[in-house]
Design a binder for this molecule. Structure first.
Ligand code: HEC
Ligand code: HEC
Ligand code: HEC
Ligand code: HEC
Ligand code: HEC
Ligand code: HEC
Ligand code: HEC
Length: 422
């Protein structure tokens, strides 16, 4: 009743004001709202939250810095890996490519995309080709990719997440139209189907992870310990005596799992884009779970077709004679999940010899030089050019592409003979 009478009084006062006063008040409200809006936008730059998120399943993340106290060596080597560095807040330190003051350009059919630095921030602008009008200006908030092959950029508009038009391509140390993008101005909404493999955690507004609206405070960037080991605050509490002795340490002993379950932990991200989510959302799978009950790959059964940017190392390895004829071969036979091992060919070749002793006896073909057999992977896991990560360096030139190492271990006579000639 009280509220009602106050409203009546307001209406009474307003009815006595003249038209120009109305307009003045209206304009004043607009100005105040405008200032408020722009200020807010300035403060809304994406930053990583100080407090750690809680997983959908109710478990608390502890953050890798809490692991240092007891697992210092693993932490120190882990932070060097491509996993840890696969996503970050965009900054001078994390962005590859040179910005040296001038804008970097990518031509589109209908416009011109530019990447430029302004103060601490990096932006992408798109101008119309015909009118030169500014069509879009977006801040580079999150950078995706450690830079082995390249980097893409994500931006927030409010709480909605999008991928930007331009990407960085390491092979040519330059900026390109993002792989899979059309040659005209385009915006791709980013859902869990993108971030699921490049972050530790991000909470989507939709419980299935199919919206592009996120809780910005929930992002844990990079693939950190707890992406592979699960949220482990309880493990920390247990080992620091903050839980009573009847509690159970939730840490999963990966070595004690079956080969398939051990591999499933890697396979969630290394079997192509695996786009069919059967149960819950892409972050629900936990180490020790059976992956097939959560997600299926629509290319399942056609491993060769997926040999590309988002490689299907699992499908390929599974088709190899080594895998089919061994009970134990898995991803971690060759890869230490906590170490940066790219380029350490001695390490990888030594793994082959653990199962194939006396390689000399295996090679009797006269078509190549069998005297030097040290580079097993060069002949049996050769590099193939990628179908999607390719670019024309000049008009009319042949396309240059990123080479991807196949995980279909086998005998590649053509490659062997070709390598021999080079
Ligand atoms: C206060 C010490 C302490 C802290 C902090 C700690 N751990 Fe542990 N962790 C242990 C101890 C002790 C073991 C071995 C006994 C066990 O299995 O619980 C262990 C074992 C593990 C195992 C291995 C289980 C196996 O396969 O043998 C993993 C994985 C692990 N910790 C991950 C982590 C992660 C990730 C963090 C940080 C979020 C962390 N730990 C923080 C003490 C700690
Ligand atoms: C199913 C998991 C998965 C999804 C989904 C995925 N990626 Fe990837 N991405 C990978 C893996 C694994 C690699 C490493 C390349 C490989 O497979 O050998 C990679 C590589 C990359 C690279 C190159 C990284 C580098 O440092 O060389 C970029 C950039 C990238 N992804 C961006 C994206 C973007 C943008 C999306 C969403 C539109 C996306 N990815 C979705 C798993 C995924
Ligand atoms: C890419 C996935 C991945 C990430 C990221 C990861 N681990 Fe592991 N971790 C594994 C796997 C797989 C094993 C099982 C050991 C094996 O098979 O080599 C393991 C084993 C362990 C073990 C027990 C065996 C050992 O080597 O002592 C500890 C402790 C551990 N991890 C801690 C950590 C910590 C701490 C971090 C972050 C600093 C981390 N892990 C990040 C996959 C991962
Ligand atoms: C959450 C998704 C995810 C999981 C889980 C995961 N990976 Fe990866 N992995 C990636 C992405 C993304 C990249 C590309 C990182 C980049 O360069 O930006 C990558 C890169 C790699 C690389 C190339 C490293 C380099 O130096 O370039 C290897 C090897 C690898 N992963 C092996 C594994 C193994 C083994 C496991 C399981 C123990 C595993 N991954 C689990 C997503 C994942
Ligand atoms: C865990 C043991 C294991 C490891 C590690 C392993 N292999 Fe094998 N590999 C096998 C088995 C078992 C076979 C089946 C034939 C045989 O018994 O020799 C096989 C078969 C092969 C074949 C024949 C393929 C064909 O299509 O006929 C080649 C070539 C080969 N391995 C190369 C390698 C190379 C190179 C490496 C290292 C990158 C390697 N293997 C690592 C166990 C292994
Ligand atoms: C027999 C050994 C072996 C096994 C088993 C193996 N890999 Fe690899 N992997 C390699 C070698 C060798 C390379 C090339 C490393 C380099 O270039 O430095 C590689 C590279 C990679 C890369 C980087 C690919 C690229 O093109 O840049 C990824 C990702 C990867 N492996 C993931 C996996 C996953 C996931 C599994 C299990 C499904 C697996 N590997 C099993 C030997 C192996
Ligand atoms: C110069 C290329 C080359 C190198 C290096 C090489 N291989 Fe081979 N390998 C071949 C070819 C070709 C064959 C097919 C048999 C033949 O022609 O002798 C083969 C055959 C094999 C086979 C299958 C034998 C059979 O009869 O099933 C295995 C296993 C194998 N290699 C393992 C290795 C290992 C382990 C290394 C590293 C120590 C290695 N190879 C180095 C080219 C190579």
């Amino acid at each position: 009743m009280v509220a009602f009478s106050t409203n009546l009084e307001f209406a009474h006062v307003f009815s006595r004001l003249n038209k120009s006063t109305y307009i003045l008040i209206f304009v004043a409200i607009l100005v105040v709202a405008g200032v408020f809006y722009f200020n807010q936008e300035k403060e809304e730059y994406f930053t990583v939250s100080e407090s750690l998120p809680i997983h959908y399943n109710g478990e608390h993340f502890a953050g890798s810095e809490t692991c240092i106290a007891c697992h210092q060596d693993i932490y120190q080597s882990h932070i060097q890996t491509a996993h840890y560095n696969t996503s970050a807040v965009a900054s001078v330190e994390t962005l590859k490519g040179s910005f040296n003051g001038s804008a970097q350009e990518v031509e589109l059919i209908d416009g011109k995309a530019q990447i430029l630095q302004e103060g601490d921030g990096f932006y992408q602008t798109i101008h119309s080709k015909t009118t030169d009008k500014l069509l879009d200006r977006s801040r580079l908030d999150i950078v995706v990719g450690s830079g082995v092959k390249g980097q893409s950029y994500l931006t927030f508009k409010g709480d909605s997440l999008y991928q930007l038009q331009v990407s960085y391509f390491t092979l040519i140390d330059d900026f390109i139209n993002s792989p899979g993008y059309p040659n005209y101005k385009y915006t791709r909404a980013v859902t869990d189907n993108c971030v699921k493999c490049h972050v530790t955690f991000a909470k989507n507004e939709d419980p299935k992870g199919i919206s592009n609206v996120y809780d910005r405070e929930s992002f844990m960037l990079g693939i950190d310990c707890e992406r592979c080991h699960g949220p482990l605050q309880k493990h920390v509490d247990f080992n620091t005596g903050n839980l009573n002795s009847t509690s159970i340490d939730p840490v999963v002993l990966i070595d004690s799992l079956s080969r398939q379950l051990q591999m499933d932990n890697c396979v969630q991200c290394h079997s192509g884009l695996r786009a069919i989510q059967i149960k819950e959302n892409p972050f629900s799978f936990m180490v020790g779970d059976q992956l097939d009950t959560y997600a299926k790959n629509y290319n399942f059964g056609r491993p060769q077709a997926e040999l590309d940017v988002h490689g299907n190392q699992y499908g390929l390895l599974k088709s190899s004679e080594c895998f089919k004829n061994s009970e134990t071969l898995s991803c971690t036979t060759c890869h230490d999940p906590h170490k940066k091992q790219r380029g350490d060919y001695d390490h990888f070749n030594s793994k082959c010899i653990e199962c194939h002793a006396a390689p000399k006896n295996l090679h009797n073909n006269s078509g190549f030089d069998a005297a030097n057999l040290t580079d097993c992977i060069g002949c049996h896991m050769p590099l193939f050019p990628s179908q999607t990560m390719k670019v024309k360096l000049e008009e009319n030139a042949e396309e240059t592409s990123v080479d991807i190492r196949t995980h279909l271990i086998g005998i590649y006579m053509d490659q062997v003979l070709q390598n021999g000639k080079e």
